[in-house]
Design a binder for this molecule. Structure first.
Ligand code: SF4
Length: 692
């Protein structure tokens, strides 16, 4: 007898929100999802979960979902529902027509960190083998691209060094520009557990996050630096370590290179805590004490987030943190390392799968003849050896007229990319925009083709989390739209004249394993047997690699890099006297496409502007006032929230709602190495509009 309302079957799968990658048992009654139960054998979460993964799945059956393909000739026309055959034929024909008229490089694609590794892999394959260019980029461009660059330069691998359980052995935890309580809740809880056991905490963040002081946790040091000065603080840490004789010389001598040159650079007086205090606003004594604690307190572990990467010097800070870890020997064992807290469920995977315009899967440069040869033989077509366009270059080229068509997989670039007016201008200038998504999102308003996507409940594939753990995403139901996303890509490729066919997503993973050395030991059968595995997983490491660089770095020797601090050009002025920085809240996720469509999330907070009571008082602003927020690129309105979490002169908001549109305000300044936008530093003015 089946009790009414009780589940009748369950499927183990992976959360589709953040980069922690929690495993769940999806419990169903027939085809109806009844509940998500955290899976106790999940490698990343061990039975824990947060409110999003557990409760925010209603979006998958929301009436807003696009269920049928739609096309239109102009964005002012109404959508026309069409068959899959017509939508795929229309897309393929227009892409080929545009290439014929404007050249091979006039089209490109953006992959998504919300889709599976297999879905990303086929999109980059379509760009390289079918479009015949390297114009493929990923939404990681706007979040962790500096991680990929910085860790590759120093350690030789574009990924975090540790598994999550490593934090259990940390003695000193240095958190820079991250708020794991809200953004990575399950890992945040694990970190807090370790802190309650006595590990020391250093927080580097302009905002007094929950971590700085919470029940039974008090940071030993909170360095509330001026936004945009991370490099100066990290360099000052290294200065103290070098000039006070705190270097782990045995580790450096055996494992690293370019140390002497770097040590001379970092010992310079401009990097001293006293010099840096003037720039950052952090007292010299506080910097000195924090640096000594990190260097001498036992196992030192660095965790960081977008507060590091989304700056004009994001890549420099990543390299600076790698320098710190190498100088103190905090690499290669449990409890240490340099750990990016990745934002999206598959941001690590989308990068691993060759979504960058300069790298084939496995972070191998497109100019490498031997690597290209592997793909050329397998794919049966020559590949271009020059990098393609990054997302910002695509936008600029669209406005210039040379980039004419874009395929966007599961990313709402109109809402999530900086300087909205510029993004709108680029989208409006293109002849063809194809959006593959669950919903008619803000980007789809500029699209000519809307291809319905599948939710995580319908997907069959893998996600790779922030600790390089490859987790299975198992379908709990057939695609509601009639097609898997990888099938759609294959059919567009076929219609463009390139045969691309797979029997299943497992077969796509088999191709990834053949072509990508770090994935050589990965298959769906293996994952089903062992649960999950952390890459590299291959003959040398058949059980995967929880901790990297244990005996030597991926590049051989770890490389010290000179990290010159260059102040951002975005400064407060008389006209724009405050600095705006951005972040997230626990109950919402990124642009809110999923969480805002989930009725059973217990609370929905609007985007508000947090500012210090002093900054509010001088403007006549009270808690709850409606204010205008203006930068040199745009203006929006928000409700004010007075908060002593903010230092005087700095304000803060989230970007979960299209109405308030925080990215109307953010500029197109970007990281010097990767073009990751400088979301975290925008000079603004705040004016009272309506009293509460
Ligand atoms: Fe999902 Fe992240 Fe929450 Fe885990 S911590 S349940 S992966 S949102």
């Amino acid at each position: 007898v089946i009790e009414l309302g009780m589940p009748t079957r369950s499927v183990v799968t992976t959360c589709a929100y953040c980069g922690v990658g929690c495993s769940f048992k999806a419990e169903l009654r027939g085809d109806e999802l009844v509940r998500m139960v955290p899976y106790k054998d999940g490698g990343a979460n061990e039975g824990h979960s947060c409110v999003k993964g557990r409760f925010a799945f209603g979006y998958a059956s929301h009436p807003d979902r696009v269920m049928e393909p739609m096309v239109r000739d102009a964005i002012t026309d109404p959508w026309r529902k069409v068959s899959w055959e017509e939508a795929i034929g229309f897309t393929a024909r227009r892409l080929r027509e545009i290439q014929a008229a404007h050249g091979q490089g006039s089209i490109g694609a953006i992959t998504s960190s919300r889709t599976t590794n297999e879905e990303v892999y086929v999109v980059q394959k379509m760009v390289r083998a079918v479009f015949g260019n390297n114009n493929v980029d990923t939404c990681a461009r706007v979040c962790h691209s500096p991680t990929g660059y910085g860790l590759k330069q120093t350690f030789g691998e574009s990924a975090g060094t540790q598994d999550f359980s490593s934090v259990d052995d940390a003695d000193v935890i240095l958190v820079i520009g991250a708020n794991p309580t809200d953004a990575h809740p399950v890992f945040g809880s694990r970190m807090k557990k370790r802190l309650r056991q006595g590990a020391k905490l250093i927080v580097v963040d302009p905002r007094r996050t929950d971590l700085v002081r919470s029940p039974h946790i008090e940071a030993a040091h909170h360095l509330a630096l001026a936004p945009g000065t991370n490099v100066a603080v990290v360099n000052a840490f290294s200065h103290v370590i070098v000039t006070e004789g705190l270097v782990d010389q045995a580790f450096v001598d055996e494992r690293c290179e370019d140390f002497e040159q770097w040590a001379t650079f970092i010992a310079g007086p401009e990097h001293s805590p006293e010099a840096v205090a003037e720039v950052t606003g952090v007292p010299a004594a506080e910097i000195r004490a924090a640096a000594r604690l990190y260097a001498t307190g036992g196992n030192g572990a660095i965790y960081y987030g977008l507060g590091v990467t989304e700056h004009s010097q994001g890549s420099t800070t990543v390299m600076g943190m790698a320098n710190l870890a190498m100088a103190t020997g905090n690499i290669g064992r449990s409890g240490v390392g340099v750990n990016p807290l990745r934002g999206q469920n598959n941001v690590q995977g989308s990068c691993d799968m060759g979504s960058f315009p300069h790298e084939l899967p496995g972070y191998r440069h497109v100019s490498d003849d031997d690597v290209r040869d592997i793909y050329e033989k397998l794919w049966g077509t020559p590949l271009l050896d020059e990098p393609g366009l990054r997302i910002p270059n695509m936008f600029d080229s669209a406005i210039d007229g040379s980039f004419r068509a874009l395929f966007v997989q599961g990313e709402d670039i109109a809402q999530s990319d900086p300087n909205t007016a510029h993004v709108f201008a680029a989208l409006g200038a293109m002849e063809l925009v194809v959006v593959q998504d669950l919903f008619e999102n803000e980007t789809a308003k500029w699209a000519h083709v809307l291809l319905p996507g599948t939710s995580f409940l319908e997907k069959d594939g893998t996600f790779t989390n922030a600790e390089r753990r490859i987790n299975r995403v198992r379908p709990v139901m057939a695609p509601k739209t009639g097609k898997h996303e990888w099938q759609i890509i294959c059919e567009i490729s076929q219609a463009m004249g390139y045969p691309m066919h797979y029997e299943s997503s497992a077969q796509i993973m088999d191709e990834i394993a053949i072509t990508t050395p770090t994935f050589a030991g990965v298959s769906f059968a293996h994952l089903d047997k062992v649960g999950s595995v952390q890459w590299p997983c291959n003959l040398e490491a058949p059980n995967g690699t929880p901790i990297m660089h244990a005996s030597e770095f991926t590049r051989g020797k770890g490389r010290f890099m000179e990290t010159v601090y260059v102040p951002t050009t975005e400064r407060s002025t008389r006209k724009y006297p405050l600095i705006l920085t951005t972040g997230r809240i626990l109950s919402q996720y990124n642009v809110g496409a999923q969480t805002r469509r989930t009725a059973n999330v217990a609370w929905h907070q609007e985007d508000v502007l947090e500012l210090h009571p002093h900054d509010a008082e001088v403007r006549g602003i009270e808690d709850g006032s409606t204010v205008a927020l203006t930068s040199r690129v745009g203006r929006t309105t928000l409700r004010a929230k007075l908060s002593e979490r903010m230092p005087v002169g700095v304000c803060y908001t989230t970007f979960h709602h299209p109405v308030t549109g925080a990215n109307v305000i953010t500029t197109d300044n970007s990281d010097w190495a990767t073009n990751c936008p400088e979301y975290k530093v925008t000079a603004v003015q705040v004016d009272l509009l309506v009293e509460p």
